[in-house]
Structures are given as structure tokens and as C-alpha cells.
Design a protein around this ligand. Sequence first.
Ligand SMILES: C[S@@+](CC[C@H](N)C(=O)[O-])C[C@H]1O[C@@H](n2cnc3c(N)ncnc32)[C@H](O)[C@@H]1O
Length: 290
Amino acid sequence: MSSKSKVNQIIEGNCVEVMKDFESDFIDLTVTSPPYDDLRNYKGFVFPFQQIAQELCRITKPGGVVVWIVNDATIQGSETGTSFTQALYFKEIGFNLHDTMIFRKRNPIPQIYRKRYNNEFEFMFVFSKGVVKTHNPIMVDCVHAGLELNGTTYKNFSKNIQTREKLAKPVKDKKIKGNIWEYVVGKKQEDQEAKGHPAPFPCELARDHINSWTNKGDIVFDPMCGSGTTCRVAAESNRKYIGIDISHEYVEIAKKRIKNNEMQLRMILEEEKAAYKKNRLKKTRVKSKA
Ligand SMILES: C[S@@+](CC[C@H](N)C(=O)[O-])C[C@H]1O[C@@H](n2cnc3c(N)ncnc32)[C@H](O)[C@@H]1O
């Protein structure tokens, strides 16, 4: 099977094996969350991390991005640090560690152990194959919009320079969003569709990354797609998608989810078309009466 024939498919299998059939420099963006240590019990669990990372490096286009969403287990009082080990391995094999972002949960699972603060975030490591080719930044309001400040501290991270200057006068209305992103987990209707999988991430999180790092028509990939969140959002955002999961049960959930969503989108489009036609007809009648 050629790489192209895998586009817009959810494939059942071990991602390492399936990815071997992909051509090199093929994928624009990967958004995935691998199994975290032994935190959850997935069906048919096999996780050869280093091979997966190497294949991702090979199949990602130059300038393409991999978003790797992870957390660590705590074993005998100590966090494993697996997420850091994995991030450093991605660097070792040639990726840039473009950004270490935080996925903050607004409704974290309450913790029983009392001698630590409640865990409420996961890492979103953003790796790039060379310089990032697409960035459509999410913009947010500036707190000091419109103010004439005497001086502001600016950081240029790529040159490691920090200066205090009067650059923005007055301060602009919008700025690029920070790298801590907050979401409510599992409550929205679109996230409820993933019931049956133990650890889906929010559609909104996938949407924000897909819009940030790709353009329409690009290929979005999730090698461990679970309930298919990344692929579902990619499809609705006019991107192509490929998803893989080792579990037959999760593959079925993902396929059903994407199909239902496509049907819903088609229905909405039909309704919009019908409403537009009705409106035009009304206007023509009013005109001809006049
Ligand atoms: C954290 S879950 C992904 C959840 C997904 N992001 C979602 O929103 O539903 C990790 C998934 O990796 C799958 N998995 C584990 N090892 C795999 C492998 N070698 N190849 C493909 N999938 C694998 C598991 O079946 C599980 O569904």
C-alpha cells in the first residue's frame, strides 16, 4: 500500500510496523499522546518508544512538527521522569525541542495522597524537524492594551537577548498566546463522544495545535490515536488525517466518531444551503412585488 492510500484512514496495528510503509518526509503534523508509563491499562499494549520516535523523525516533513503529550507515573514516592527522557531522545535523533508547553486541566482528578500538590498538568513537547514551516499563532488580548508605557522588557528567545525598551506605543490590542493552555477535560459534547476510551484528550486541544501548525490540506497524523480525537478534528478542519491504534476496540470507536461527525457536518451544511436558498427566494419575491 502506498503512503497516499493511507490518507483519511484509521488503521489497526502496531504503529511502528505500520509507519515502516510510509514514505519519508510525508507528514506535516503529528499530535499524539502515548501510553504514560503504566498509568493506564490499554488493550494490546506494546510500546517500543525509541523505534516510534525514529520513525516519526523519518516520516515528518522538513519544518513539520510533532506534539508529544505526556505525563509520568509516580512509583515509590518518585516521579519516573520518563517524559524528560523521551524529550531528550527526540533531540538526540535530530528534532528541535521547539517548545515545552503545558496542558493545564481545569478539572483535574482529585488526589488522595496529601503530601504533594494536586497534579493538574501534562507536558506538550513540541518538536520540529528543522525550523517550523507553519505557525498560525493564536492571539489573545494584551492586558495593557492602549497604554503608553515608559518601558517594557522584551525577550528574544532565539537570540537569548532580554532588553528594556519603549517599543510598543501605545501597547497593541493583541499578542501571541502563552504556552500554558487550559482545558476542561471530558465534559463537552464533542469529548463525550470518546466515552469507551480511558484517556482521550480534549478536541479543543487538538484543534488549537492543528490550527497553529498546519494549513488546510496538510496531513495530520496520530500513531496512537485511541478514540480518534486528533483525526476527528483534522477532518472537520479540512486537513487530511491518518490514525493508527493497536486496539481493535479503540479503532472502532475512532472510525464511528469520525463518520458520525462527518454526517453531522454534512447535515449542518445542507441546512445552511437550504436556509440560504429560502432567503434568496424571499428576497427575489419581495423585489418582484416592488
Ligand atoms: C493515551 S491513549 C491516546 C488517546 C487519544 N489521544 C484520544 O484522544 O483518544 C494511547 C493509545 O495508544 C495505543 N497504543 C499503545 N501502544 C501502541 C502501539 N504500539 N501502536 C499503536 N497504538 C498503540 C493504546 O491502545 C491507546 O489507545
